[in-house]
Design a protein around this ligand. Sequence first.
Ligand SMILES: Nc1ncnc2c1ncn2[C@@H]1O[C@H](COP(=O)(O)OP(=O)(O)O)[C@@H](O)[C@H]1O
Ligand SMILES: [Mg+2]
Length: 231
Amino acid sequence: MSVHVVMNQKGGVGKSTLAMNLAAVKADVMTTPGTNDGVSPVLAVSIDPQGSAVWWAERVSELPFRIAQAHDNADILRGLSDLPGVEHVVVDTPGWIGDTPGSTENGASGAALDAVLSSADLVIVPIIPEPLAFDPTARTILKVLQPRGIPFIVVINDWDPRDSRIDLEQTQAFVKSQGWPLANTVVRHYKVHSRAAAEGKVVTEYAANRVGLQAREDFQRLCLELEVGTR
Ligand SMILES: Nc1ncnc2c1ncn2[C@@H]1O[C@H](COP(=O)(O)OP(=O)(O)O)[C@@H](O)[C@H]1O
Ligand SMILES: [Mg+2]
């Protein structure tokens, strides 16, 4: 049983993309076809009041995992590691303003953020290879994760392999200079990801063409890396 929380106070870094697709590849290997009465042991929970993960999930015809929207049900969120029939939970979170997610300026979702952090086994912190993302990422780690002693790993998302490697290398150097754990897997930029929510697809359902398979490979590698590293 594990609870992974995808978190970064900056919006647009790929929290929902990582949460949905990690849930999809995990469900893909954890679900035996024809068993479980179609009920997946993988649950994605969104505590983002804007609910983009749920909006996305509603468009997927055969979602390979379960999804729930939670608002400020702090008791449920503290008990995520103890839900019957659930073996893996991925939590998608909203961005927030300031240094304390639980402060009143962040509304009900602030309390929800505090609650999920208490049940997190691992926090996945997506970062995009742009200097503008560095500061909010640093604040998330320094003000929220490290003071609570929660294990975390930074994952570089949305690097376009057609660009030079400089942005990627600068981002890797930044994360390493801070002494933070960094995933070896880089989730590359593919247009198919940005269309996925509207088209109602998760990565396990992408077309099996070259781009679709490369896009899927990133999430399978990341999922494997997280398994190996958190055992
Ligand atoms: N690796 C990627 N390749 C292409 N588009 C991406 C990738 N990651 C995220 N996006 C797109 O960037 C936007 C922001 O991603 P999202 O997951 O919604 O971020 P967040 O949840 O952190 O706000 C979305 O339109 C999403 O489809
Ligand atoms: Mg989101």
